[in-house]
Ligand binder design. Structure first.
Ligand code: TXE
Length: 480
């Protein structure tokens, strides 16, 4: 059976404990590889390697760093099909989605930050006849990047690329549920000539390997994407150590669909924003609010479209693959049960999908599910389900829609559908979220700030925000 190894000091190495965890293919329910069960001792080795590499990496110049990161980007692109297949097997997502979204985005992340660093500049502040101040931005040192299982290489590279471009050395941990493409990335880094110790990838469980990264006193900043409960725990550990923290956490995003929208477009995109990646994207819209004038028409057409989605073996041409794990499947089914207890009517789906083919008969599938008749403040409409489950609710006025949309503890993203520009502006301003899409969803320009408010996180990623996070600003004041 294939063994994944840690990537420490430029080499692929076994965990010190020589203990491994099972890695399961969600579409089959079978163990197909082994993951290092790393602990604090492995993190210690990684930190020592990173500290040794830091002086040269942080001072070799933006151009030099940029060249290596561009090589990494190009090599991922050359191996796109192999990466996409690996991501699909590891996560359960349709291979087509991995080949058109996840892996191209990882290619772009390295390319984007490799070039961004060459244009990164800081401010200067001139005091009339007195002094000039300039802001000196330097890399922080050794930083930690911890990422989740839903968009494995996509989110892993979204953190690592800016951290490296800015001149830091990195200790990174992918999710133990989806470690494979991070392992493939370590091989690419060796091939690309990334100097030893600049990037160290330590695999293992959150409570041991992840916690050891957060607790390590030499790791000065942590960039984390994952669940809100884990984010809280991380912040509690890191805050007394005064670490820099960027937290991208959960979401319970709303789609607000007004009578005057382009209905076909709204339907098509809402289908995508509800069920892409089996609904396991922090940006997925899980609460659909539709204005009364088009509610019945929208609902009927939407449910029809959902029923026509093809579900099954993610290595074939399907719209919906497997959810990531047995435990996650049970969690999502638990929420469907809760929705029924809360008075919801299941319009379609609502159950396990049992594939008939031999390969996937023990995989973790759930029919895409639409639920109606739920109060906006019930648990199903307040808690993050993170699966192929959405609720649909009618509204009268923009104020009512905004009240319901803003009623959760989360504040990551939302989609507003209207052809009235004034209404779009007003709603965009009043939404308590870090991201607002109008007449679209998941349209991403990597220069824009990305992140949430309320329990959806702290800080912003993307563009200059990421490069600022991964550098320390020092003001230098020079008197005339
Ligand atoms: O994520 P975790 P889980 C949500 C979603 C999901 C729930 C739990 O609702 O059902 O979170 O998912 C590492 N110190 N999202 O349990 O635990 C862990 O190893 C340091 C939303 O899989 O947050 C992994 O690498 N690290 C989300 C990463 O944190 C720790 C995406 C994320 O795992 C740690 C995923 C610790 N103490 C889940 N404990 C999004 N916003 O995109 C865990 N980890």
């Amino acid at each position: 059976m294939q063994r994944i190894e840690n990537y420490i000091d430029g080499k692929l190495v076994a965990p010190i404990s020589e203990q491994y965890l099972d890695n399961v293919e969600p579409a089959t329910g079978k163990v197909y590889s082994l993951i290092p069960d790393s602990n604090a001792a492995d993190v210690e080795l990684a930190v020592a390697a990173a500290k040794k590499a830091f002086p040269a990496w942080s001072t070799c110049g933006n151009m030099e760093r940029s060249k290596v990161l561009l090589r990494i980007s190009a090599l991922i692109e050359q191996n796109l099909d192999a990466f996409a297949l690996a991501e699909s097997i590891d996560n359960g997502k349709p291979v087509k989605l991995a080949a058109t979204v996840d892996i191209p985005r990882a290619v772009d992340n390295f390319h984007f930050f490799a070039t961004a660093i060459e244009h990164f500049a800081s401010e200067s502040h001139f005091m009339e006849k007195t002094a000039v101040n300039y802001t000196l931005r330097r890399p922080i040192g050794v930083v930690g990047c911890i990422s989740p299982w839903n968009l494995p290489l996509y989110l892993f590279s979204w953190k690592i690329a800016p951290a490296l471009a800015a001149g830091n050395c990195v200790i990174a941990k992918p999710s133990e549920i989806t470690p494979m493409t991070a392992y493939l990335l370590s091989k690419i880094c060796i091939e690309a000539g990334l100097p030893a110790g600049v990037l160290n990838i330590v695999h293992g469980l959150g409570g041991s390997a992840g916690q050891a990264i957060v607790e390590h006193k030499e790791i000065k900043a942590i960039s984390f994407t994952g669940g809100t409960a884990t984010g809280k725990k991380l912040a509690a550990t890191a805050a007394p150590m005064f670490k820099k923290l960027s937290l991208e956490l959960g979401g319970k995003n709303a789609n607000i669909i007004f009578d005057d929208c382009d209905l076909d477009n709204a339907l098509k995109t809402t289908l995508h924003s509800s069920f892409a990646n089996q609904g396991q994207i922090c940006l997925c819209g899980s609460r659909i609010f539709v204005q009364k004038g088009i509610y019945e028409k929208f609902k009927t057409a939407f449910v029809e479209k959902v029923k026509s989605l093809k579900i099954g073996d993610p290595s074939t041409e399907v719209n919906i693959g497997a959810v990531v794990s047995k435990a996650h499947q049970e969690k999502v089914l638990g929420y469907i049960q809760l929705a029924k207890e809360e008075g919801g009517t299941v319009l379609c789906g609502g159950d396990i999908f049992h594939p008939t083919d031999e390969r996937c008969k023990d995989g973790y599938f759930i029919y895409p599910t639409v639920i109606e008749n739920l109060a906006h403040d019930c648990r199903t409409n307040q808690e993050e389900i993170f699966g192929p489950v959405v609720s649909i609710t009618p509204f009268d006025t923009a104020d009512e829609a905004l009240m319901m949309a803003n009623s959760t503890e989360y504040g990551l993203a939302c989609s507003i559908w209207t052809n009235d520009l004034n209404k779009a502006h007003r709603c965009a301003e009043q939404m308590e979220t870090g991201i607002v899409w109008v007449n679209c969803w998941l349209l991403r320009d990597l220069r824009t700030p990305f992140g949430g408010v309320k329990s959806s996180g702290v800080g912003r990623e993307g563009g200059w925000e990421a490069l600022r996070f991964f550098t320390e600003a020092k003001n230098v004041c020079i008197k005339y």
